[in-house]
Design a protein around this ligand. Structure first.
Ligand code: UD1
Ligand code: CA
Length: 468
């Protein structure tokens, strides 16, 4: 590998993407949780590019900021201030290309479904030939709008004609240009200076270097296996279609690696799923989420940046964000884990329980209807139905601490800051405003008074009153 010429990728991403009708630059529109441009850069790197130069223009501050954050110094950018055509865009990138780059892989920033192995094969095809250029071609179901591939009497590529410059006969050509090329650097550096804007759009067409390559030794080509792989995204309908393809690819990759993933689940590209996990229908997994081996994420759950340990069971409609769920813990149905919920092994969080910045110790249980914000709940503690951690006084948040093995009866309010001791017992319906020592019973409620025979008298009085 080391003796082979270095490959630098140039990704064209300066265009506006008018048809997206968006304030966001086209290449930053996300699919499966990542901007379009991310997939193109990834494909280039996986295909063997050691260097990537992205040409930016419209919305370039945003594009550059994203690339910097996602790829650091592995990606450089070149500015094309005015969009004078794809050939002009490449010429803006060339000064950023290192002198030792032997091959240039040319891609567009709006083709997120590129198959890296197909690109690598194209690089290989050029390496093994003595030609100056290799390119992919495609036969889309509708060639309208694309550059057509011109071939000579021997079937060799002689050039590309843009749709707008085609004669009627040329428009009938079904083989088109998907805009994916590999060029020898010395050839391209020279050829790019020779193109002229003498065409319908008065632009510098990158496609014109193809005719120059045909004369300078010939053009190698490969017909893409699957037209979708090179689909360019121009509007949000095409974006949605491409995203579906990506979700399918991601799910299939997890399936092949041993997870069960139902067809309607949506797993973002950044998510990790370990073997024997089950991802049920209509589950959405986003961001830095990780699902441990054998865990089950049941129907309708939505997890964003959540770590789920092995064997945990998330029942239907669990909603969780920026949280950690321990081994064999049981969550849901209908639980809401807000940021910084930290649920230990074997703990249970049941229906209509909301947690936030709360740690639930090993085996602790909060099975029904509770708000547990800013708390620390010891191992084995039991939190009854209707318990509320009153964490907010209108100005500041305060913490509630529950000792190991404590029992908090139903419908209790714990007014923070407050501490319930180890093994302590809070009687049902108690409003706790002072710390409860270890092993103490806290009870604070009005004594019950039974008035014998009073119910029928009361009803009679109320009935009489309602007739007036
Ligand atoms: C281009 C090809 C066409 C091919 C089609 C495939 C040319 C002249 N034509 O046409 O043969 O069938 O792609 O989708 O190359 N860009 C810049 N700066 C510019 C112009 C474009 O960075 O000045 C970028 C765009 O952001 C985009 C890519 O280059 O990512 C392609 O540009 P676009 O205008 O979509 O080219 P097409 O007319 O579709
Ligand atoms: Ca296009």
């Amino acid at each position: 590998m080391s003796n082979e010429p270095r490959v630098t990728a140039i990704v064209l991403a300066a265009g506006q993407g008018t048809r997206m009708k968006s304030a966001l630059p086209k290449v930053l529109h996300p699919l499966a949780g990542r901007p379009m441009i991310h997939y193109v850069v990834d494909a280039a790197v996986q295909a063997g590019a050691s260097d990537v130069v992205v040409v930016t223009g419209h919305g370039r501050e945003l594009v550059e900021a994203y690339l910097e954050k996602a790829f650091g110094d592995r990606v450089r950018t070149a500015v094309q201030a005015e969009q004078l055509g794809t050939g002009h865009a490449v010429s803006m990138a060339l000064p950023q290309v290192r002198d030792d780059a032997g091959l240039l892989l040319l891609l567009c920033g709006d083709t997120p479904l590129l198959d890296a192995s197909e690109l690598a094969a194209l690089v290989g095809q050029l390496r093994e030939s003595d030609r100056p250029l290799a390119m992919l071609t495609v036969r889309p179901s509708d060639p309208t709008g694309y550059g057509r591939i011109l071939r000579d009497g021997n079937g060799l590529i002689s050039g590309i004609r843009e749709h707008k410059d085609c004669s009627l006969e040329e428009r009938a050509i079904a083989e088109t240009n998907p805009g994916v090329y590999v060029a020898r650097a010395p050839f391209l550096r020279d050829a790019i200076t020779r193109i002229r804007p003498d065409n319908a759009q008065r632009e510098l067409y990158l496609t014109d270097v193809v005719a120059l390559a045909a004369k300078a030794g010939g053009v190698s080509s490969t017909l893409v296996r699957e037209p979708m792989n090179v689909a360019g995204i121009n509007d949000r309908a095409q974006l949605a279609e491409a995203e579906d393809v990506l979700y399918r690819r991601i799910a299939d990759a997890h399936r092949r690696a041993g997870a069960t993933v139902r067809t309607s689940a949506r797993i973002d590209a950044s998510v990790i799923v370990e073997p024997d996990a089950t991802i049920e229908h209509h589950v959405v997994l986003r961001g830095q989420t990780r699902i441990g081996a054998g865990a089950t994420i049941d129907a309708g759950s939505v997890l964003t940046d959540v770590t789920v340990a092995a064997g945990a069971n998330l029942k239907p409609y669990t909603i969780a964000t920026s949280s950690r769920i321990g081994e064999k813990a049981q969550i849901g149905p209908f639980s809401h884990l807000r940021p910084d919920s930290d649920i230990d092994q074997d703990a249970h969080v049941g229906n209509f329980v909301e947690t936030k910045k709360t740690h639930l110790g090993k085996g602790a249980k909060a099975n029904h209807l509770a708000y547990l914000g800013d708390g620390d709940i010891g191992a084995g503690a039991n939190i009854g139905a209707g318990t509320i951690f009153c964490n907010y006084d209108g100005f500041k948040k305060h913490r509630t601490e529950i000792g190991e093995g404590a029992f908090v009866g139903s419908d209790s309010q714990l007014v923070a800051p407050v501490r319930i001791g180890k093994g302590a017992y809070v009687a049902t319906g108690t409003t706790v405003t002072r710390d409860v020592p270890d092993d103490a019973l806290a009870i604070a409620r009005v004594k019950q008074d039974n008035k014998e025979g009073y119910a029928s008298k009361l009803k009679a009085r109320l009935a009489a009153g309602s007739k007036k």
